[in-house]
Design a protein around this ligand. Structure first.
Ligand code: OSB
Ligand code: MG
Length: 368
């Protein structure tokens, strides 16, 4: 594929409900989209960086800068055999994985379209439908949270994840377990604890969680290994998993037993596939995380989730939980069994609503 043109846009998309984690509340997304044109084929990718550097050091604005000044110039005008040929070209740029993944995602979409196959198939995915869970943010009261849990279970979702932090943990999980004793439940702390909280973290074993996601520091592996030796609940790593090398080290150290793979955090499909394969070889389950994506990022997550070692329900859920109107057609829907059907058309398998994107665009820049 000859990379003839790259366009980046920033769109503004208000969430239907705020989303709060231990690092803050989001009410509206500012999302960077990448559209790549190669031999007349258009591919789309989404940058999952947040508005501020709170989940990771990347933000909407750093991603824009890195794409414009460093990543796009490295591929523009070049002819790639495969989408995976981009990763070595990006390697000299340290980090900024979400910016890289936005561009790489568009290239994989193009490769799948050119081959005339669904992106899931190009990746080696096997599932016809993927199992779905939901991630529920910190709320204004436990009662409101319980109502949400009930609503999501009624909609069919196969597991519930709730965000926790010191003070919004024991009571909240106790209330959920009381009302729903047998559901598949997990908690995500987004790095809100330290080893000094060990007695409190140990109390979480009581709730029979499927896993405890990222209890300790965002860049830590060592303390997680110490913690895993002290608790029965499996630890799932999110924030520090930025490469297959990190996964190798985490598994060697015993920092956790489950890996959350996010395309943006690991820099795209090429690295995600390596992580998937290593975990599969080591018997470590993986699942697909979410970053409040618009339809484009959401559909990429669906494709990734079809790989055989994605054995646990991910944070990939229906468009309507986030947006009044999505930017793809049709929007992503979930069955009463809590599954999403994998699209069968070539590439992303959904159509991108370019008129709607145009109307949401705050800025755009084209490179040819
Ligand atoms: O830690 O998984 C996380 C959203 C933004 C940043 C980090 C995380 C999340 C989520 C939401 O949990 C997942 C989703 O519904 O997209
Ligand atoms: Mg997480």
């Amino acid at each position: 594929m000859k990379i003839e043109r790259v366009q980046i846009r920033e769109i503004r998309l208000p969430l239907v409900h705020f989303f709060e984690t231990s690092f803050g509340r989001t009410t509206e997304r500012r999302i960077v989209l990448a559209e790549v044109t190669a031999e007349g084929v258009h591919g789309w990718g989404e940058c999952t960086a947040g508005e501020g550097p709170f989940y990771s050091y990347e933000s909407t604005d750093t991603a824009w800068h890195i794409l414009r000044d460093f990543l796009i110039p490295r591929v523009l005008g070049k002819t790639l055999q495969k989408a995976s040929d981009a990763a070595p070209l990006f390697k000299r740029v340290r980090g900024h994985n979400m910016a890289k993944a936005a561009l790489e995602g568009a290239l994989w979409d193009i490769e799948a379209q050119q081959a005339g196959v669904p992106l899931a198939k190009l990746l080696g995915g096997e599932l016809k439908e993927i199992p779905c869970g939901v991630s529920i943010g910190i709320d204004d009261s436990v009662e409101l949270l319980l109502e949400k849990v009930e609503r999501e279970l009624a909609a069919g979702y196969q597991r519930i994840k709730v965000k926790i932090k010191p003070g919004w943990d024991i009571e909240v999980l106790g209330a959920i377990r009381n009302r729903f004793p047998r559901i598949r439940l997990m908690a995500d702390a987004n790095a809100a604890y330290s080893l000094a909280d060990l007695p409190r973290i140990k109390m979480l074993d009581h709730f029979h969680l499927m896993m405890l996601e990222q209890p300790l520091a965002w860049d830590d592996l060592l303390d997680h290994a110490r913690l895993q030796r002290e608790i029965a609940t499996p630890i799932c790593l999110d924030e520090p998993i930025t490469s297959v090398e990190k996964v190798r080290k985490a598994l060697e150290a015993g920092s956790g037993k489950i890996i959350n793979i996010k395309l943006g955090r690991v820099g795209g499909y090429t690295e995600a596939l390596k992580i998937h394969d290593l975990c599969r070889e080591k018997g470590v389950p993986v699942w697909c995380g979410g970053m409040l994506e618009s339809g484009i990022g959401r559909v990429h997550n669906i494709a990734l989730s079809t790989l055989p070692n994605f054995v646990l329900p991910g944070d990939v859920s229906a468009s309507r939980r986030y947006w009044k109107q999505d930017i793809i057609e049709p929007e992503v829907t979930v069955s009463p069994q809590g599954t999403i059907s994998v699209p069968t058309g070539a590439g992303l398998g959904y159509s991108v609503d370019t008129d709607r994107i145009e109307s949401l665009t705050l800025r755009q820049e084209s490179f040819a």
